[in-house]
Design a protein around this ligand. Structure first.
Ligand SMILES: Nc1ncnc2c1ncn2[C@@H]1O[C@H](COP(=O)(O)OP(=O)(O)O[C@H]2O[C@H](CO)[C@@H](O)[C@H](O)[C@H]2O)[C@@H](O)[C@H]1O
Length: 644
């Protein structure tokens, strides 16, 4: 149910602050803070899940016959919800279509006339729940398929769609990267909007333009600015990280805060009562801006923010002098303040003073989510907290771990268009064809019986690539083939090339970022190796399991949560588990785990098939994760917002 409310009282109420706030927040064109202040749009809908709610039963029993007639026509009216100024912000009507649909148990008639059902409903009212839908704004530096360098892109390309499918109004705000590459075409369907925003930061004023595409139930909003138009990845090029990343992502955060106020998407703005999901440090200024720039002026006082931590190792740390560039009021320095420990300072006179964007988000957001439960504990430890463990521990009461899901449309071996042969849990025959095709494509000897091990990922310290490469001379003595796909640190890329020339019949290294090849490896390999030092969630092991490819992982973070160690004796000899999770992270234990996996593959075919099938059956749907996010949203709205 949607309501559009023009609130005069709010308009008058803000007049006095308008002049004060207008300079720093002015927006080009007729939309923006100004017009936002003169109207109030809020869209909220409710639906009842499973059992009828006692209040609703009471209300129905008490309602007059004319109200009942109206309800028969229009649905069931639960009441209006008003904000402090008296504006209607929720019109709680269960639409007629919903009351006759399958998800709601009992219509008005059978509740009133069916005594048995009524008493049953009242008895089970504890189970009842009303699901509130929210206006959700994802802020992210990447969202697949438009931009992706890793798992962040996957998550921000899929979770919004899952939440939209559950009835939420969802917008994703990310940069419109134009790198002069074929990837630019992915933005081709996004149309330029009239609304623009002026952003005051880094000693000047920047104008950003918004582009919009409505796809899969989600408003994809792209922030356009010349600093997003350059060759390379979203973060850097062959010379390293871009020097102005702090500037580029500061722009993104400011623009994302303006978007719900100024963009009439589908005719209506999202308005003030939003839930911002800020992803990683690039979006970390969003909670700070809500608290420091908007809320003191009564704007976004009903909004909430959640910082989603995909990787705590990257925090957006810059010299303290940067603070004045961020477009924040002077009094908020403490929220960002970061002092390096003595050992990390460059020289004796270095005071180690810096600003830390992710830290400020952890301080000011209403809830904190990590992408697995295991990681939500690890970030509170000195080993996993990257200097923020004490701060995060102090906010443990608002910290939740939610394991990522996977996009079942993109990662499904029975429909995947990027693999040469389809297969499913009922007919695995296509998998060996994928293996043969992969061996052929990469010029390896075609040997369906030879265990084929894969690795896909960023070539860096986190992913434990050094451990793989240093184990390789030993592993290459065994009868196995190994394929690595990745890009990252040059030393590892060179090492992969060197191994390929040394072990021509056993090793292939594909340097680069190539999504079609990643699907072919996931389908064609028998095992996927992930010796990550730490892994907030990890997606490749989830993809692998879906494709009947057995993960062999270091037991850490999300890998430990999602890969259940193989036990052939469990379940009266039927076995349990979906892979191998080894520990500690060393050459010996990595080789030990791979060798056990290889011998299982070669000598215990039925156990191997059991492993494959249990992995393929595993429920990794985004819908599961989305319901857990909804719980976090509920909690966020129960508490008052962060006020400083
Ligand atoms: N060379 C290449 N070519 C093609 N595709 C490639 C590739 N290298 C990587 N990929 C793809 O990029 C994604 C990487 O996913 P990970 O979960 O390993 O994420 P990453 O460490 O980037 O992200 C962080 O965020 C995610 C999401 O929350 C967490 O799962 C993770 O633990 C955390 O470190 C996968 O889809 C993978 O197939």
């Amino acid at each position: 149910m949607e309501t559009l409310q023009i609130s005069q009282s709010r308009n008058l109420g803000h007049k006095s602050v308008k002049d004060t706030i207008f300079k720093p927040f002015s927006v080009v064109g007729q939309v923006g803070f100004a017009s936002f202040l003169s109207r109030k749009i809020n869209i909220q809908s409710f639906c009842v899940e499973r059992k009828l709610y006692k209040n609703r039963v009471d209300l129905i029993c008490r309602s007059s016959s004319s109200a009942q007639d109206k309800e028969k026509q229009e649905g069931i009216f639960l009441g209006t919800e008003r904000d402090s100024s008296g504006s209607v912000v929720g019109f709680n009507l269960i639409p007629h279509s919903a009351t006759t649909g399958g998800t709601i148990l009992g219509t008005q008639e059978n509740v009133v006339t069916g005594e048995h059902e009524l008493s049953e409903d009242i008895e089970t009212r504890e189970e009842a729940s009303i699901r509130t839908t929210h206006n959700i704004v994802f802020v992210t530096s990447e969202a697949a398929p438009y931009s992706k360098t890793g798992g962040l892109g996957d998550v921000c390309g899929s979770l919004p769609i899952a939440l939209a499918a559950r009835g939420h109004r969802v917008m994703v705000v990310s940069p419109r990267y134009l790198a002069g590459s074929p990837n630019d075409k992915k933005f081709a369907n996004a149309v330029e909007m009239e609304a623009r925003a002026k952003i005051y930061c880094f000693g000047g004023v920047q104008e950003v333009v918004f582009f919009h595409e409505y796809r899969a139930g989600v408003d994809w909003v792209f922030v356009d600015h010349p600093s997003y138009h350059r060759p390379g990845t979203p973060y850097g090029d062959s010379f390293g990280a871009f020097g102005d990343n702090q500037f580029r992502f500061t722009l993104l955060c400011h623009a994302a805060c303006e978007a719900p106020l100024v963009l009439p998407l589908g005719g209506y703005t999202y308005g003030e009562k939003c839930l911002f999901l800020a992803n990683d440090w690039h979006a970390g200024l969003v909670p700070v801006l809500l608290a420091a720039k908007y809320r003191p002026f009564g704007v976004y006082k009903d909004a909430r923010s959640v910082i989603v931590i995909h990787n705590l190792a990257h925090q957006g740390v810059e010299p303290a002098v940067t603070y004045k560039n961020l477009g924040l009021p002077p009094g908020w320095y403490k929220a960002l303040e970061w002092v390096f420990p003595t050992w990390a300072r460059t020289h004796a006179l270095d005071p180690g003073e810096a600003v830390n964007i992710l830290k400020s988000a952890i301080v000011t957001s209403d809830r904190i989510v990590t992408v697995s439960q295991g990681y939500s504990w690890e970030v509170t430890t000195p080993e996993g907290g990257y200097g923020l463990h004490e701060l995060i521990s102090s906010r443990r009461s608002v910290l939740t771990g939610i394991t990522n899901g996977i996009d079942a449309n993109e990662w499904n071996p029975s429909t995947d268009e990027l693999i040469p042969s389809h297969y499913s849990i009922n007919d695995l025959s296509g998998k060996v064809e994928c293996k043969i095709a992969l061996q052929k494509e990469l010029g390896l000897p075609i040997r369906p019986d030879c265990p084929l091990i894969g690795f896909i990922g960023r070539l860096d310290y986190q992913k434990g690539v050094d451990i793989i490469l240093s184990s390789m001379p030993d592993l290459m003595n065994d009868d196995v083939q190994f394929i690595m796909l990745g890009s990252g640190e040059k030393q590892y890329e060179d090492w992969m090339r060197h191994l390929e020339s040394t072990y021509k019949t056993k090793f292939r290294g594909w340097v680069g970022f190539n999504v079609p090849i990643s699907h072919k490896i996931t389908a064609g390999c028998d095992m996927l190796l992930m010796p990550s030092r730490f892994e907030p969630c990890g997606l490749n092991q989830l993809y692998a399991m879906k494709y009947g490819t057995i993960p062999v992982v270091h037991s850490t973070g999300g890998l430990r949560d999602t890969v259940l160690n193989f036990n052939p004796y469990a379940n009266e000899g039927r076995g349990e588990g979906t892979g191998w999770a080894f520990s500690p992270l060393s050459n010996e234990s990595l080789l030990g785990a791979i060798r056990i996996a290889v011998s299982t593959y070669k000598e215990h075919k039925s156990s191997w098939e059991g492993l494959m099938k249990r992995g393929m059956e595993r429920n990794s749907s985004w819908d599961n994760a989305a319901t857990e996010y909804e719980q976090v949203f509920e909690w966020a709205f129960i508490d008052p917002p962060y006020a400083g």
